[in-house]
Design a protein around this ligand. Structure first.
Ligand SMILES: Cc1ncc(COP(=O)(O)O)c(C=O)c1O
Length: 373
């Protein structure tokens, strides 16, 4: 039986740190000093029961829905767990995309859900094909789970494909959970993001301020669901989160009131780094990867050689980390993140180039060209 914990999260917490960390997927931390929070904005204890009203109101406004559809949670992670627990019961089928963010699968298994998968194919740029969902749906399916933008590839799922998935799910009385934590990367770039929250009552979306805004320490996540499911989630949260840390709720209110400024900084970082990553990918004949367009992670395929060996070489010899694709169910790939400081990305990509060259030389029995990384 699968152990009830996440191999990936343990790796992320203990082995992803490095001088050139291209593994951590969030935008580099937004400094508290620049948020404009005053001591009067904070308090230690407050009226947080089933949501702190000022935060509920701001999250609802951000999502463009009524507050009774919003469940504030400790990060997208807790929001996902609450949705899985509220929308399905032990033994119910959940249909989860593959590859995906492994915690979705681990949490569903821990809840004793019957996890089945539908493919998002590398050769199709990991696009979501609604026909694959239709093929895999069964009458016992209660939930379809996907990420948009896709983690790990950043592939965008357009609203027409989401609608097709929603229709198919509705036909068997299932819901669709769309984890939109990376869709926020489009929002910070001022691009219309098309949240599934507006596509129909069968959709439940989750997201947070953690990734695209550099605010991960606030753990400000949420789910948007129909009001009945939202109240089930609140009641389940009595078992999981119970009461959130009130200072974090207060700071989240301040952050949401200044989100344009926070997003502006994230946009500048992501735009600079997107140019850098795309130039790098275009110059590497040993990698296959679509150019990044609006996302904050890329998922290149290593055309020759072993990804785990590359990751080890990077970490042990070049002070650089990327995420091995095996954690997503795609062992021939690795994940690169674009949210770090531009100089970190530049240094990390230079070292990645060196490590790739070394591997190619080792495979062909010649010595690597002397590059300074
Ligand atoms: C798809 C996806 N959902 C959720 C999370 C966790 O987000 P949070 O930090 O908001 O809990 C991650 C983190 O990498 C993720 O990739």
């Amino acid at each position: 039986m699968t152990p009830p914990f996440s191999e990936y999260m343990e790796w992320a917490k203990t082995r992803s740190a490095a001088r050139f960390n291209l593994a951590s997927s969030g935008v580099v931390a937004f400094p508290l000093a620049e948020l404009g929070a005053r001591i009067e904005d904070l308090e230690i204890c407050g009226p947080s029961t089933y949501g702190y009203a000022p935060l509920q109101e701001r999250l609802a406004r951000k999502a463009g829905v009524d507050p009774d559809r919003v469940v504030h949670a400790t990060g997208t992670s807790m929001a996902n767990l609450l949705v899985l627990a509220a929308a399905a019961e032990p033994g119910d089928v959940v249909l989860i995309e593959e590859p995906t963010y492994s915690l979705l699968v681990d949490a569903a298994r821990w809840l004793r859900l019957d996890v089945r998968r539908f493919p998002r194919r590398a050769e199709e740029g990991f696009r979501l094909d609604p026909r694959e969902v239709e093929r895999a749906l069964t009458p016992g399916t209660r939930l379809v789970v996907l990420t948009n933008l896709h983690n790990p590839s950043s592939a965008f799922v357009p609203p027409e494909d989401l609608r097709a998935v929603g229709e198919a799910a509705r036909s068997v009385d299932a819901r669709v959970l769309v984890d939109e934590v990376y869709l926020e990367a489009l929002a910070v770039r001022g691009r219309p993001s098309g949240s599934a929250a507006h596509l129909g009552p069968e959709f439940v979306v989750t997201s947070s301020l953690t990734k695209a805004y550099g605010l991960s320490g606030l753990r400000c996540g949420w789910a948007v669901a129909d009001p009945d499911l939202a109240s089930r989630m609140w009641r389940l949260d009595d078992l999981f989160g119970v009461i959130p840390a009130h200072p974090a709720e207060r700071l989240s209110v301040v952050a949401l009131d200044h989100l344009d400024r926070v997003a502006g900084r994230a946009r500048r970082i992501l735009e600079t780094n997107t140019d850098g990553v795309n130039a790098f990918l275009a110059a590497r004949p040993d990698l296959a990867c679509a150019p990044v367009d609006g996302g904050m992670i890329a998922f290149p395929r290593l055309l020759r050689g072993d990804v785990d060996a590359l990751c080890r070489r990077l970490r042990e010899g070049h002070e650089t980390t990327v995420v091995p694709g095996r954690f997503f169910g795609a062992p021939g790939h690795f994940r690169l993140a674009l949210g770090c400081a531009p100089e970190t990305l530049e240094g990390g990509l230079a070292r990645l180039a060196t490590a790739l060259d070394e591997m190619r030389s080792a495979a062909s029995g010649t010595s690597a060209p002397a590059t300074d990384a």
